[in-house]
Design a protein around this ligand. Structure first.
Ligand SMILES: *Cc1c(COP(=O)(O)O)cnc(C)c1O
Length: 362
């Protein structure tokens, strides 16, 4: 029997554990559009407390949570400032434009980390020709930045700058708990620099569905309306909210294991001739590595690895992403590292003959 594939494509690949399923089976539910689901209430109260906010709202996805936040902070004709590689700008179909009439102005950071000085001069003056600069969005940890943690003092300074200028701050904290566990800085400390914070339960925390948006009570009251019009009003959502609450209670501390596994994978990949880690150091659970273009494309490497039972994602024509999570063990990482070394070794030795070079490429 062949062993099951080691799935490093994303930390969304986790499946609910038996203990989580037991909680789901027993949870109390009600109609959440009527605000009558006790399990949703319990989750929302827990998230608000963890983040030190007045209220929180459960959402079906992180995309909706971010976009409801944008809609709640901005009016059509407003502008948000964000880092050029962030999820809100790159992976949500420009929903801020589609759904809220908001434009984005991107500033490129280093592996997702903006320096406060880069934002100086970015606020549009009051003038009928210009959009109104309204919101700053940060992402922590930063996905395309390779799971990079925003330096705390950078967050503090950007937030102080934004507040001085009357801008709102939103945190895409899909992986905020990875930053919490890696730094020891509690979620509430990170969150105090933001008006709203979005967190995901379906990434490393291992719940099947959902995110939450936390913020001031008045904003969350409006967010309920926006969630509804975006299609996110859910009925007996306690079924999934109970799993999210279980994940918050049982799966946060263990993110340290994912980080250790990712660091180990980084060590193994660093030794492979033809691969390069970018960023070179692994801070949390994401490992991004580049393949020497003479050996093939990222697509080709992912296809070869898949045949040997290792699933990674092609992130760009040359870059690949491996993400550790609840369903990946230390032993899996050793095996994945060995298989990746083997396959890249064969590419180097020219044993794997490429059918034809891809067009327009290296
Ligand atoms: C996954 C993710 C989201 C939300 O994604 P959904 O698939 O909509 O839940 C938002 N931000 C970041 C940084 C993410 O990685």
């Amino acid at each position: 029997m062949t062993s099951p594939a080691i799935d490093l494509r994303s930390d969304t690949m986790t499946r609910p554990t038996p203990a989580m399923r037991a909680v789901i089976a027993q949870c109390e539910v009600g109609d959440d559009v009527f605000d009558e689901d006790p399990s949703v209430h319990a989750l929302q109260e827990r998230v608000a407390a963890l983040l030190g906010k007045e209220a929180a709202l459960y959402m079906p996805s992180g995309t909706m949570s971010n976009q409801v936040a944008v809609r709640s902070h901005c009016q059509p004709g407003d502008e948000l400032l964000c880092e050029a590689n962030c999820h809100i700008y790159n992976y949500e179909q420009g929903a801020f434009a589609q759904l809220s009439g908001v434009v984005a102005r991107c500033v490129e950071g280093e592996y997702g980390v903006l320096q406060p000085e880069q934002l100086e001069g970015m606020i549009r003056p009051e003038n009928q020709h210009f959009v109104r600069t309204r919101l700053v969005c940060l992402e922590n940890t930063h996905n395309r930045g390779g799971g990079r943690i925003q330096p705390y003092e950078v967050v503090e300074r950007i937030s102080a700058w934004a507040r001085r200028h009357g801008l709102a701050m939103h945190l895409d904290g899909a992986r905020l708990f990875n930053a919490v566990v890696a730094t020891g800085i509690p979620a509430v400390k990170w969150a105090e620099h933001f008006d709203t914070v979005s967190v995901c339960f379906s990434k490393g925390l291992g719940a099947p569905v959902g995110s939450a948006l936390a913020g001031p009570r008045e904003l969350i009251r409006r967010a309920v309306r926006h969630r509804k019009v975006f299609g996110g009003g859910m009925r007996q959502a306690g079924i999934i909210a109970s799993a999210a609450l279980y994940a918050l209670e049982h799966h946060v501390e263990r993110l340290a294991e994912d980080h250790a596994n990712a660091r180990r994978l980084g060590e193994l990949l660093r030794q492979i001739d033809g691969l390069e880690l970018r960023p070179p150091t692994i801070e949390t659970n994401i490992v991004i590595f580049w393949l020497d273009p003479r050996l093939g494309t990222a697509q080709e490497l992912t296809a070869l690895l898949k045949q040997r039972g290792v699933l990674v994602g092609a992130f760009g024509p040359r870059s690949l992403r491996a993400v550790t999570h609840l369903d990946v063990s230390a032993a899996d990482i050793e095996r994945a590292g060995m298989i990746i070394a083997e396959v890249v070794g064969e590419l180097r030795a020219g044993k794997v003959v490429r059918e034809k070079a891809p067009a327009g490429y290296g």
